[in-house]
Design a protein around this ligand. Structure first.
Ligand SMILES: NC(=O)c1ccc[n+]([C@@H]2O[C@H](COP(=O)([O-])OP(=O)(O)OC[C@H]3O[C@@H](n4cnc5c(N)ncnc54)[C@H](O)[C@@H]3O)[C@@H](O)[C@H]2O)c1
Length: 330
């Protein structure tokens, strides 16, 4: 039984805590969050301890591993504290918004021989896993191009945007991680375009809401990513992997496959799944299971701090490219 503390009882902390509580090989010991009754109400629901002091929760003798779901600027502090206490970590993306700080943290994790898994949940989505298996089995031959469309249903609050680190580090980072995973080679060049088409005043932050990226690996493999903070028709998550022997295509998921014919529409289907909590519900569960399983069997984590660093580096290059109008060597 892996005994776990979950830090943060917000959107993602609630998901992780519920998944720990439901996992037969894990025990949710404590949920920690310094603000309001977030921790106590979640702990009451899931039947574990509540704490307001995250560092004390990490130090508990009855805790083996830590899941970090707190705001991004707290990740490194909690990660390094946990590692120093000999505890394994599942850390939400991104490691931090600052590259130099993230590199220093990764070096410290390595120096202390710490175990950290980066929470790139999309890799654990059943379709992503099926893509990876098909690529590994040679079904599409040599991968030539990856195309990813990732559009949120609506703009997040301005306050969130201000502290998010910008669309590339906050949102596109998931797609950059997937791009690396499917291409099977590191991108060496990034070209990005970025605009404020949803909310022009976003340029004051400064940030963007609509972006397109192109990535190229050393052997010439290509990836195109397009992201927007608002799609009026819902959370749009599609992917394509094209290779020398074929193509894999992932369409959006819906609550059911029902199609309707009425006097106002034909072949109408249900709306897309609401947002990431619904669309990636299974992915978050599988991610947590992978973390627990790796700890139980003492095997390597499927994602690492290095994956976090590489995705962040690509996000920084994309921002530089968008600002300069030039392609950027990674
Ligand atoms: N992998 C994903 O799909 C995904 C989705 C959403 C968020 N995230 C990441 O998860 C992290 C949290 O995002 P969220 O959307 O859940 O945010 P949130 O604001 O909903 O929740 C954050 C929680 O942390 C608490 N908190 C604030 N300051 C704290 C501090 N100093 N120490 C400890 N706790 C503190 C808040 O009280 C809040 O309950 C971010 O790093 C974000 O990038 C990942």
């Amino acid at each position: 039984m892996i005994r776990i503390a979950v830090l943060g009882a917000g959107r993602i902390g609630k998901i992780h805590a519920a998944n720990v509580a439901a996992n037969p090989d894990a025990k949710l010991i404590v949920v920690a969050d310094p603000f309001g009754d977030a921790a106590s109400s979640l702990a009451k629901r899931l039947g574990c301890h509540a704490a307001t002091d995250c560092l004390a929760a990490i130090e508990r003798d009855d805790v083996d591993a830590i899941v970090i779901g707190t705001p991004t600027d707290t990740h490194i502090q909690f990660m390094l504290h946990a590692i120093a206490k000999g505890k394994a970590v599942l850390c939400e993306k991104p490691i931090d918004l600052d590259m130099a700080k993230s590199v220093a943290a990764a070096n410290e994790v390595e120096r202390l021989d710490g175990r950290v898994m980066l929470a790139f949940n999309r890799r654990f989505d059943p379709t992503s896993q099926a893509f990876r298996k098909a690529i590994d089995a040679g079904e599409v031959g040599e991968v030539r191009q990856v195309v990813i469309t990732s559009r949120d249903p609506g703009m997040p609050p301005r306050e969130y945007v201000k502290h998010s680190g910008g669309i590339f580090r906050d949102m596109v980072i998931h797609d950059l991680d997937l791009a690396r995973w499917y291409l099977g080679e590191e991108p060496v060049e990034v070209m990005a375009m970025a605009s404020c088409l949803v909310e022009p005043s976003l340029s004051e932050v400064p940030d963007f809401d609509t972006v397109m990226l192109q990535l190229r690996t050393a052997s010439g493999k290509q990836c195109h990513i397009n992201c927007c903070r608002e799609a009026v028709y819902g959370y749009d998550q599609r992917m394509e992997v094209f290779g020398s022997k074929g193509m894999l295509l992932q369409d959006n998921l819906r609550p059911s496959t029902i199609r309707r014919w009425t006097d106002s529409a034909t072949d109408a289907r249900e709306p897309l799944l609401n947002f990431f909590l619904e669309r990636y519900e299974t992915a978050y569960k599988t991610e947590l299971t992978a973390f627990v399983e790796a700890l139980r069997t003492k095997s390597a984590f499927p994602t690492s701090v290095q994956d976090g660093l590489k995705a962040l580096r690509l996000a920084d290059c994309a921002l530089e490219s968008a600002m300069s109008g030039k392609s950027v060597k990674v």
